[in-house]
Structure formats: structure tokens, C-alpha cells
Design a binder for this molecule. Structure first.
Ligand code: AMP
Length: 481
């Protein structure tokens, strides 16, 4: 068997260089199937789970196909959650780094005006949740006239969350002459209906889950009174001594309460729920991904679409009310061939919900006794030892890519009639700098930002302190992150 390679697809050098820097040496199964067809501009439906590399499967062809010169958005990616929208935007920016692809994320609970401003500038790719995207289209702040690529990501989840009408309303506004790709972990009837309605002779791709990637999750269930949940959790955590763990609660209040209890006992922990401001949610999620703390207390917000490697345990402190939530929650563990444990607490009044979940799963979750005090005592020392250990911080894939990048701030923009070409023209003339070293350029009314790549930032900064752009000497310094 020949080895697969990204060189098989005739991608441009800008894209392959980004993939190499990201450490993507070989296409995954879904990428291998999707990329060649997407590059031909065919519509696609793809049944594939999260964690299979599906974002890059659509991200690579889109970054390859968009025309850099066009200022108006060419690709729209719809996602069910804000976290996923932000992650996809990051992935698109990373893949398109050397082609200078500009991606913008649009979602609720963030100032509309700020997004409007971003959309007003050059932007190739828009990623967003349906509500806010539709809002921008209807208010005329998202121009879709040049849109040629549409991705509906996690379509099943999108429909489950009740976004069907908004998705339909968005599609009705888009040019007909476009390519549409739909990604979904499952293909229930309503998703098939959506494909039938909006895709043109799509090619159906199904990625069988390879043996090695099959989720291996050990489920267990402990019956407990509400008042006994907290002591039980402490015992379970000592017994399991997880490397890292998500503890799911039903409500934001429960998350807040449980988080305080853990925090008071100095557990390395944090929390995430929909009542927190978006920036805080991102900070927490990223810190958890890097392994800065071990215990994340969360509502279902964190349960879907988020790619965190190596979660060993999921604990359902509160039983989910919806059967699908159980599957999404436990899907956070046991990824990519690793085994994971899902431990669920159930109170005596929750039989009906439990029956629903078990019916949906197709098996009975094995019952387990609460650990007794002797068992817990025997494990206490090992638990205490791990609590004292310094966390090992995981490297982010994009670290390497971002390493040589410096963002420069210039105190001049549109009002001084400065355009991106002026920057490229001036900076590429600096000795030792070429247009390949210039990344994304953002020009606002009074200021501009230019990413300088390949470690050339300090050189450009030094030279530009005394060099004019379009006859004007601008103030320049490294931009705040
Ligand atoms: P996704 O299914 O898009 O959530 O991707 C899952 C993870 O796989 C992400 O962390 C990606 O950065 C990573 N990934 C995607 N494509 C590749 C590849 N070809 N080689 C290695 N890692 C990849």
C-alpha cells in the first residue's frame, strides 16, 4: 500500500507548508476521501464523527479554492455552538496562514458592532452559529453575493438544537451557484431531508470508524440521594484518580456550587457554562486543553464538538434530561483508541429519564455500588500524590505555526488611504523580507495590523520605524495580543 500524502492533491505551496508546520503529515480517512472531491467543486454529504479530522477535510479545500484577491466573503461555515465556531475559525486561520486567509467568527453574546466592523474589511471565510449569521445577513452587514462555498457542520446537532429554520432561511439568501458540504455524525431523517432540499447531486461519503478509533467506554451507574452526591463524588474521585475529568451538572447553579466545593478543597479545577461571558469560556476551555487543571465542571455547553485530547473520565453528577446528551457527554472520553470511563449518578426519582437513556443506548448501564470507606482509604495516598504533582502542559498544534509570527500595529489606515498593497509593496522591499513573510493584513479606519511571519517581525519593526508608507511615516509597534 502506498502511503498517502497531502502532495497527492496538488495543493499550493502556501497550504502544504501550513499543514507541515501544523504537524499534519498524512491525511486522515475523511480528508483522503473529501479533499479530492471538494477540490472539484462537487456537493458532499459526509458522515463522520468529531475527532476524525473533518474540520481540515473541508478547511483545506476551502483555503485552497478561495481567491485571495476577492474582498467579500467566499465561504460560510455554520456550526451549532460558539465554541465550535471559534475552533473552526482558528483551524481555518492556521491552514490559511501562509495564503493570508482572513476568517471571522460570528456568534451571539458578542457585540454585533464589533463583528460588523470585521465584516466590513477584507474577509474570505465566515464561521458562525445560525442565529447571528442570519441576523447579519438580514441587516445587510454580511454580504453573501460572492459566496461560493457553504459548509453545514454537525448538521444533526444543528437540527437537534432547533436551528433548522434559521439554516433554511440562511441558505435561501445564498447564491445558487455554490458548493455545499454537509457534515454530520449521524444521518437521521431530518438531516437527509435537508440534504435533499439544498444539495445538488451530492456525493455521499461515509467514514467507517476504524477499529483503533472505536470508542471504548466503560459505563457505570451509581444510585445516590441528592444530599449524598457530594461525598460520593469525593470518594469516586479518590478511587478513580483521573488524569483529567469532566463533571457534568444539569444547571449553571449546580456547576457554580460544585465548582466552589471542589475549589475550597484545592482541587485543580475550573468551570464552564452558558452564563459565563464568551471570552471566559474560551480561556477555560483552552486551559483545560493544555492540561493546566484536571477537573472541569460543566453544563452541556461543553459536551459537543470540542476537541480535547485524552479525557480519561466523564462523571454525570446530574443525569442528563435528554437521552442524546448522555451520548454527547460521554463522547468526550475514550477518543482515538483510548479507553475512557463514564460514571453516572442517578437519584431514585430519575428512573424514567434513565430508562429513556438506556433505551437510546440499546443496553443497560452496569450498576455499581458506591465505594466503601475502606476502599477509599486504601487509595487516598495515591490520590494525594497526584494532587501535588505539577501539571504537564500540552503543546498546542498551532504553537509551532504561531511561533515565528509577530503582529505589528501601525497608526494609519483607510482614512490615510492606505491599502494592503501599500504594506506589501513597502515591506517586501526591506532587505531579507519577501512577500511570503507577510501574513494577514487588517486595515481599519485609523489603524492597521500586519502579521509578519517566519521570525522576521523584529527586523521589519526596526526598519519601519524610519520608513514611510505612501510617503507617510507611521508609528509602529508590536500589537497587544
Ligand atoms: P476534528 O475532527 O476536525 O475535530 O480534528 C481532530 C483533531 O485532529 C484536531 O486536533 C486536528 O488538529 C487534528 N488533525 C486533523 N487533521 C490531521 C492530520 N492530517 N494529521 C494529524 N492531525 C490532524
Amino acid at each position: 500500500m502506498t502511503t498517502r500524502s497531502f502532495n497527492d492533491y496538488e495543493l499550493s505551496e502556501d497550504i502544504t507548508r501550513a499543514l507541515t508546520t501544523l504537524g499534519y503529515t498524512q491525511p486522515t480517512d475523511v480528508q483522503h476521501k473529501v479533499i479530492p472531491i471538494a477540490l472539484q467543486g462537487r456537493d458532499l454529504t459526509v458522515k463522520s464523527r468529531t475527532g476524525s479530522g473533518k474540520t481540515a477535510a473541508f478547511g483545506i479545500p476551502i483555503c485552497e479554492l478561495v481567491e485571495w484577491e476577492e474582498n467579500r466573503p467566499q465561504a460560510l461555515i455554520l456550526t451549532p455552538t460558539r465554541e465550535l465556531a471559534d475552533q473552526v475559525k482558528q483551524d481555518m486561520t492556521n491552514i490559511g496562514r501562509f495564503k493570508r486567509i482572513k476568517a471571522v467568527a460570528l456568534y451571539g453574546k458578542q457585540p454585533f458592532a464589533k463583528q460588523k466592523l470585521e465584516l466590513h474589511q477584507k474577509c474570505h471565510v465566515v464561521v458562525g452559529t445560525p442565529g447571528r449569521v442570519l441576523d447579519h445577513i438580514q441587516k445587510g452587514t454580511l454580504d453573501v453575493e460572492r459566496l461560493r462555498y457553504l459548509v453545514i457542520d454537525e448538521a444533526d446537532e444543528m437540527l437537534r438544537m432547533g436551528f433548522i429554520e434559521q439554516v433554511g432561511a440562511i441558505i435561501d439568501e445564498l447564491p445558487r451557484d455554490r458548493m455545499t458540504m454537509l457534515f454530520s455524525a449521524t444521518l437521521p431523517k431530518d438531516v437527509e431531508q435537508l440534504c435533499h432540499q439544498y444539495l445538488r447531486k451530492p456525493i455521499d461519503i461515509e467514514i467507517a470508524t476504524p477499529e483503533a478509533a472505536k470508542v471504548q467506554i466503560e459505563h457505570s451507574l451509581i444510585t445516590v440521594l441528592d444530599s449524598e452526591k457530594w461525598p460520593l463524588l469525593q470518594n469516586v474521585l479518590v478511587m478513580e484518580n483521573p488524569d483529567n475529568c469532566i463533571i457534568f451538572c444539569r444547571t449553571q447553579e449546580n456547576v457554580d456550587k460544585l465548582y466552589s466545593l471542589l475549589d475550597q478543597l484545592d482541587f485543580p479545577c475550573d468551570k464552564i457554562h452558558g452564563g459565563m461571558v464568551q471570552d471566559d469560556r474560551f480561556l477555560v476551555m483552552n486551559a483545560f486543553k493544555r492540561g493546566e487543571f484536571r477537573f472541569l465542571v460543566a453544563t452541556d455547553v461543553a459536551a459537543r464538538g470540542i476537541d480535547v485530547e485524552d479525557i480519561t473520565h466523564v462523571i454525570n453528577y446530574d443525569l442528563p434530561m435528554e437521552k442524546e446528551s448522555y451520548v454527547h457527554r460521554i463522547g468526550r472520553t475514550g477518543r482515538a483508541g483510548k479507553t475512557g470511563k463514564a460514571i453516572t449518578f442517578v437519584t431514585p426519582h430519575e428512573d424514567k429519564f434513565l430508562a429513556d437513556i438506556e433505551g437510546y443506548l440499546g443496553f443497560e448501564i452496569p450498576r455499581q455500588e458506591a465505594p466503601d470507606s475502606e476502599e477509599v482509604a486504601a487509595k487516598q495516598a495515591a490520590f494525594d500524590q497526584k494532587m501535588q504533582a505539577t501539571p504537564v502542559i500540552k503543546r498546542d498544534r498551532s504553537d509551532q505555526l504561531n511561533k515565528g509570527i509577530m503582529k505589528l500595529y501601525f497608526n494609519g489606515g483607510k482614512k490615510k488611504k492606505i491599502r494592503a498593497v501599500d504594506f506589501v509593496g513597502t515591506l517586501a522591499k526591506i532587505e531579507g523580507v519577501s512577500s511570503e513573510d507577510i501574513g494577514i493584513i487588517t486595515i481599519q479606519d485609523n489603524v492597521s495590523y500586519v502579521d509578519i511571519l517566519n521570525g522576521k517581525g523584529p527586523l521589519v519593526l526596526k526598519v519601519m520605524k524610519n520608513t514611510t508608507i505612501k510617503g507617510k511615516l507611521l508609528k509602529v509597534h508590536e500589537a497587544n495580543k
